[in-house]
Design a protein around this ligand. Structure first.
Ligand SMILES: [Zn+2]
Length: 118
């Protein structure tokens, strides 16, 4: 990335920055993505996103849209010596494109158990 570029708006000098904020509406929520790289005009304040930034924003948005919004409550039960959480509802299976038999990676996030599928 070059250090400066010419501002398209006013012809002034736009300098490389890494604190650009980008806000988008996803459904009824506003998502603010911060610390993006790009250029900001020193004269008029116009902001330019780098190609890398646009890609990053799209990746983040894809992730948000893909996540199923449905939530279900399940009881933790014991089966032999193992603790078991009941089968995922079909809506979640469909949203994730699962058919059964797939392996998942489990990890903890605070008090949440995150199950990740490829
Ligand atoms: Zn400008």
């Amino acid at each position: 990335m070059k250090k400066t570029m010419k501002c398209v708006e006013c012809g002034g000098l736009a300098e490389k920055v890494d604190d650009i904020e980008f806000s988008v509406d996803v459904g009824d929520k506003e998502v603010l993505i911060t610390n993006l790289r790009g250029y900001r005009c020193t004269q008029c304040g116009a902001e330019y996103h780098s190609a890398e930034t646009v890609e990053k924003v799209q990746e983040i948005l894809k992730g948000i849209k893909r996540a199923p919004k449905v939530q279900f409550s399940r009881k933790l039960t014991k089966s032999g010596k193992r603790w078991v959480i009941g089968i995922l509802p079909n809506e979640i299976m469909e949203a994730l494109g699962l058919e059964g038999g797939e392996r998942t990676r489990l990890h903890l996030s605070g008090r949440k158990i995150v199950a990740e599928f490829d």
